[in-house]
Design a protein around this ligand. Structure first.
Ligand code: CA
Length: 229
């Protein structure tokens, strides 16, 4: 049976203990870290299905932990904030947390929020793993592989992410900023770099630049994926 893994990053042992009890009773596997550094490390190495993250942590602050997790992962994060600290909530959500619960919280409320996060995560995760098939082109998100007419195409991680992003919404025009943001998470690459990646992608997909089959230029906007047969 599938048991969701939940990582608790919280320095108060009493809270960890209570949350662990409720989560286990709910069928979850529980991992815990008592400080920010350990929590960050576990978030990235253990690949939990959801994270409960306390804001006030010794060492690395919760917001920083959240920010760094977000660079690598879209795992749902529920933040524990101090009561009435409105700024904490706003900052938490801006940093990439999906939801927050103010301390002191009721375990029932917190569990309801965790379940909601896990439901959403399971849904988006199964969507994220579905193979995409187009005439002549197969994209396998789980295996990070693409095949052209049955032959594997060697794509860089960035090229793969760009192709996947656009192929998930055929016909939708993406501008360069969107492509950078969604496909890479690396804010520092230049918009023109997208053009270079597209050029490489087209070459690898055997596109005729003047008459592409999959990756089309949308003048004044950016690019879109659409199969022309
Ligand atoms: Ca704390």
């Amino acid at each position: 049976m599938y048991r969701p893994r939940v990582l608790i990053i919280e320095d108060e042992a009493r809270i960890v203990e209570v949350l662990t009890w409720y989560l286990q009773k709910d069928g979850c596997e529980v991992l815990a870290a008592l400080d920010g550094e350990t929590g960050l490390e576990m978030a990235l190495s253990e690949r939990p299905d959801a994270i409960i993250l306390d804001l006030m942590l010794p060492g690395l602050h919760g917001l920083e932990v959240c920010r760094r997790i977000r660079r690598e992962s879209r795992v749902p994060i529920l933040m524990l904030t101090a009561r009435d600290a409105e700024s904490d909530k706003v900052l938490g959500l801006e940093t990439g947390a999906d939801d927050y619960v103010a301390k002191p919280f009721s375990s029932r409320e917190l569990m309801a929020r965790v379940r909601a996060l896990l439901r959403r995560a399971t849904f988006s995760d199964s969507m994220a793993r579905d193979r995409l098939s187009f005439p002549g082109l197969e994209i396998d998100p789980a295996g990070h592989e693409a095949a052209l007419n049955g032959q594997p195409v060697r794509l860089t991680p960035m090229e793969f992410q760009i192709l996947l992003l656009m192929a998930r919404s055929p016909g939708r025009a993406f501008n360069r900023e969107e492509i950078i943001e969604h496909a890479s998470g690396m804010e520092f690459i230049d918009a023109r770099t997208v053009d270079v990646h597209i050029r490489h992608l087209r070459a690898k997909l055997g596109e005729d630049p003047s008459n592409p089959r999959y990756l089309h230029t949308v003048w004044g906007v950016g690019y879109k994926f659409e199969v022309v047969t």
